[in-house]
Design a protein around this ligand. Structure first.
Ligand code: SF4
Ligand code: SF4
Length: 123
C-alpha cells in the first residue's frame, strides 16, 4: 500500500516520461545510424558500395550514370559509408523520412567523359 502511494505521489509531481510526438521530437544520439545519403555530385560511380553491401540493395550503372538504392532492403550497417572512396556516402543521424517510393530511389548523374567517346577506330 505504501509503495503504491509513493508511485501515485511521484506520478502526480513529475512530468510524464513520454513525449508528445510528432510535436515534440527526441534529438538523435551522437552516433545514431538513421539512414544513408549519397551526395551524387561527389559520387564517381565506382561501384564499391554495391560490391560491399551485404543486403545487395545498391545498384550502380556506370553506363547509364545511375546510382539506385532500395531503402527497405538496407540494414543500415554502414559498410558502404566506410568503403566509399570519395566520401559521397554519409550516415544521417535522423531516421529516413517516409516515402512513396517503396522499393527504389534512383539518383541520376551525367557521365563525364565516357571512355573512347570521341576516339576513332584505329586512331
Ligand atoms: S562507393 Fe561512393 S563513389 Fe563509389 S559508387 Fe558508391 S557512392 Fe559512388
Ligand atoms: S548501410 Fe549496409 S545495407 Fe545499407 S546500403 Fe550500406 S552496405 Fe548496404
Amino acid at each position: 500500500m505504501l509503495d503504491m502511494l509513493k508511485n501515485v505521489v511521484s506520478n502526480l509531481t513529475h512530468k510524464p516520461v513520454t513525449r508528445k510526438y510528432p510535436f515534440e521530437k527526441r534529438e538523435p544520439f551522437e552516433k545514431a545510424r538513421g539512414h544513408i545519403k549519397n551526395d551524387i555530385d561527389k559520387c564517381i560511380l565506382c561501384g564499391i558500395c554495391q560490391r560491399v553491401c551485404p543486403s545487395n540493395c545498391i545498384q550502380v550503372n556506370r553506363k547509364e550514370g545511375t546510382w539506385a538504392f532500395q531503402p527497405f532492403e538496407c540494414i543500415i550497417c554502414g559498410v558502404c559509408v566506410e568503403s566509399c572512396p570519395t566520401k559521397s556516402l554519409t550516415m544521417a543521424k535522423e531516421y529516413r523520412p517516409i516515402s512513396n517510393e517503396k522499393y527504389e530511389i534512383v539518383q541520376k548523374k551525367e557521365v563525364q567523359n565516357p571512355p573512347n567517346k570521341d576516339k576513332k577506330e584505329g586512331a
